[in-house]
Design a protein. Structure first.
Length: 218
């Protein structure tokens, strides 16, 4: 919620500068992407956990607002209003937090990425071609069903984004864009509410996405 509030203030700041021909762009985007990560759940010392790579494919929409600064630089904010759910990961593990490990139990873990916001800057290379880079933030909401008991809390996720795109102006201030991006997120580690001897880790979180946008310049 805090990130949304900050983004809203940024948007209001852009609008406060708006008058005729000030270079404010508004638009919507549709994206398709694939993200991959290495995940591992560890319980106690008797079982260190096996690292597993997960690949998830996402399709999502977003809204954006931008301010052009001169002929070459544009800064903007992109917000994804819907949650992005990962695939469900299910494993069978023994509870190694006790002296006598129990029989294998099912561990079902799923995460949801909410309030995904990207703050970016784009530089025009030619009249139509541009490159962009930015910072990405999201809330990570865990949705687990652990046969061994316990639960994992929620956290935030930060990352960096870079991309390249092509912008085509239409009539009446309208424009369309096509772009590709690469995003790299920081590693995360979550301890179980039942004790720090149980935790999950996710690392090497990265993904690529293609995006089509349509908008209007004011």
């Amino acid at each position: 919620m805090k990130k949304i509030t900050i983004a809203i203030f940024m948007l209001l700041g852009f609008f406060s500068m708006a008058s005729a021909e000030v270079g404010v762009n508004l638009g919507v985007s549709g994206s398709m992407g694939a993200f991959t990560a290495k995940g591992n759940e560890t319980m106690g010392t008797s079982e260190s956990g096996q690292e597993k790579r997960v690949v998830s494919v996402f399709g999502y929409g977003s809204i954006f607002i931008e301010k052009t600064l001169g002929d070459y630089l544009t800064v903007g904010v992109d917000y994804v209003p819907s949650a992005l759910d990962s695939e469900t990961s299910e494993t069978n593990k023994k509870d190694g937090t006790t002296a006598a490990p129990t029989a294998s139990k099912s561990q079902v873990i799923k995460v949801s990425f909410e309030d995904l916001i990207t703050y970016y800057a784009a530089i025009n290379i030619t009249e139509n071609l541009y490159v962009k880079a930015g910072l990405v933030e999201a809330d990570v909401i865990t949705k687990e069903s652990l046969g061994t008991g316990g639960s994992y809390g929620n956290t935030s996720l930060d990352g960096t984004m870079m991309g390249v795109g092509y912008d085509k102006e239409l009539t009446n201030g309208m424009f369309v864009r096509a772009e590709g991006t690469y995003t790299d997120f920081d590693n995360i580690k979550l301890n179980s509410a039942s004790g720090e001897t149980r935790f999950v880790e996710a690392k090497d979180i990265a993904g690529v996405a293609g995006k089509i946008s349509i908008g209007k310049s004011f």
